[in-house]
Design a protein around this ligand. Sequence first.
Ligand code: PLP
Length: 404
Amino acid sequence: MFKVNDNYLKLPGSYLFSTIGKKVAAYQAANPEKSIIRLGIGDVTQPLAPAIIGSLHHAVDEMADAATFHGYAPDLGYEFLRSAIARNDYANRGCDISADEIFISDGAKSDSGNIQEIFSVDNKVAVCDPVYPVYVDTNVMAGRTGTYDPKTERWSDVIYMPCLAENNFAPELPKETPDMIYLCFPNNPTGSTITKDQLQEWVDYANRVGAVIIYDAAYEAYISEENVPHTIFECQGARTCAIELKSFSKNAGFTGIRLGCTVIPKDLKCGDVSLHALWARRHGTKYNGAPYIIQRAGEAVYSDAGKAQLREQVAYYMNNAKTILNGLREAGYTVSGGVNAPYIWLKTPDKMTSWEFFDYLLENVGVVGTPGSGFGPSGEGYFRLTAFGSYENSVAALERIKKL
Ligand code: PLP
């Protein structure tokens, strides 16, 4: 008789966004005349930029001709895309990352889960709290997290690094030494960042204690402040302790066509074992990455036209962020984020829990956001609004909230 992976059974029953979906559907069914404004899910809404669409069309036509047809992609991904990333995202920022240290993927979510397969199940994991839930969930599936306590909403073997107003939503070095440290800046859901000096402290710490940092840079395109690093490889010594996850979803709107990459420097070793070599054997090599057509679209992100069009798109979302942030401040809310990230993090008023505030907003003004507690125990009492909607909806949502 076959057995299932018991670790999956430990996962709490309902996924955050499916609970939200059910609540919104029930509200809409009971109030069919009410219009709902969704500022909840972190998906983009603007269409793909013209430079990307042009590149997609061209690549599709290439597939129709035997002379330019492409089958399986090379296992790291196409050189044209890896070189464009190495040049634009690393060399131009003074970072020492070569094209053959970049593994193209179908997005940061898959790789943030898959990457932990190359690490021992005995490793102790540290995560920011709150943070993108995929890091903890995938370590639960791997059996690295112990047991879940529904009262504290914590896993027994996970080191939680609280990111609260008191520490400017930036984690402090943990008291207990971790083996794997997940960092995500700009952070989802708090929208917070850390400075290059602060990140350097993490790199020095990881090198000192022999930990690996898995650094999620999915939102780096939204950074507007000078002293905030766009990549962990801006820090000295990161080549021996860090893996970076990158995504084309938030900077270029690839959420529906899927593209990302994972950077593993050749200097990152566990004893004599090269992590770069281990990852070269990952599941789905050749089959699981992005198709040729999508990699060509990714190349267009780095063309002059692509860069200009995407700067405009990011500016559009960040103008929404500013509108939401300022509007909430005027309405008397305590807010943060929204400057280097498309996320606005607000403290719920009157000591409401995150879910109480969710219901309050939905039932009174038809605005949907995301309860902070869905991102970790320290998210309780907070709420996330996103700037990924339209400008008109961002303004309308704020007008409604101000009337509360
Ligand atoms: N990393 C973070 C921090 C995210 O918030 C998200 C999506 O919301 C992802 C990764 C997923 O990126 P991708 O679409 O490339 O899988």
